[in-house]
Design a protein around this ligand. Structure first.
Ligand SMILES: Nc1ncnc2c1ncn2[C@@H]1O[C@H](COP(=O)(O)OP(=O)(O)OP(=O)(O)O)[C@@H](O)[C@H]1O
Ligand SMILES: [Mg+2]
Length: 236
């Protein structure tokens, strides 16, 4: 966060990459309302590792989906770098998402017949990046997650932890502003889970990426610059 001894001005406020205000998400199931989010207000400052913690059903995935433009709030505002996502068209959202957001899930949905390299490179193909640039950036992303030596391995030749790191390489290769990770350590043993969190911390510290992790794993809390605790759709 920016610190300054000078008199404070607006420009010195810490820059928030995401600002969520009074976000409500109510689903209708068999005409009955399900209150997933009951008025959430939170900020994600640029260059921080933010953790959303809370028990199952507390609304973590719903928030990530809304931040990532995969779902829309019933009411409230979601600003991404000052732009109101709820005003975007479907098409604008898709283009914006591909460029600005990297998603990491509990298990990385990799294409089995492709190598680690090809799985990561695919993300750049979708964004129509030229080959020379794709090759350079894919190798760099695999290097960052410590998998350069595994680049030609196919998915089934990689361990669960390695597959998760390919998923992270794929999320960072497009150089997104924000990575959203939903239970990224959920399927990993303790030590591998801690390595993934350590990698996230390095990405934040050394590369200035902003990461938001949803988790109920208490061991991951120590890695967060900010921890928001959710309970039944509210921040406590
Ligand atoms: N598409 C949907 N339709 C109806 N209800 C939904 C939908 N998505 C989520 N919910 C409900 O909203 C609430 C919050 O769900 P959410 O998936 O955000 O929880 P979570 O904190 O991610 O839980 P977990 O730790 O189990 O992943 C739950 O009660 C869930 O059943
Ligand atoms: Mg969830």
């Amino acid at each position: 966060m920016q610190q300054s001894a000078k008199t404070s001005t607006h420009s010195e406020k810490p820059e928030n990459i995401v600002e969520i205000k009074d976000v409500v998400r109510t689903y209708l199931v068999d005409n009955q309302p399900v209150h997933a989010l009951r008025g959430i207000t939170l900020n994600i400052p640029k260059g921080k590792l933010v953790i959303l913690k809370g028990p199952s059903g507390s609304g973590k995935t719903t928030i990530l989906n809304i931040i990532g433009g995969l779902d829309q709030p019933t009411s409230g505002t979601v600003l991404f770098q000052g732009r109101d996502l709820t005003k975007f068209s479907e098409r604008e959202l898709t283009t914006w998402r591909r460029k600005q957001i990297g998603f990491v899930f509990q298990t990385s949905p990799l294409i089995q017949i492709l190598s680690a390299f090809e799985n990561v490179e695919l993300a750049l193909r979708i964004n129509r990046v030229p080959w020379a640039e794709r090759e350079k950036r894919t190798n760099r992303a695999l290097e960052i997650v410590g998998l350069r030596k595994r680049a030609s391995h196919r998915t089934f030749e990689l361990s669960g932890g390695e597959q998760q790191r390919v998923g992270i390489a794929r999320a960072i290769v497009t150089e997104p502003e924000l990575i959203l990770a939903d239970e990224p350590t959920g399927e990993l043993d303790f030590a591998t889970g801690m390595q993934v969190m350590q990698l996230f911390k390095e990405l934040v510290r050394e590369r200035g990426i902003t990461i938001c992790v949803a988790t109920h794993d208490p061991a991951t809390m120590q890695f967060g610059d900010i921890v928001y605790e959710l309970h039944d759709g509210e921040i406590i």
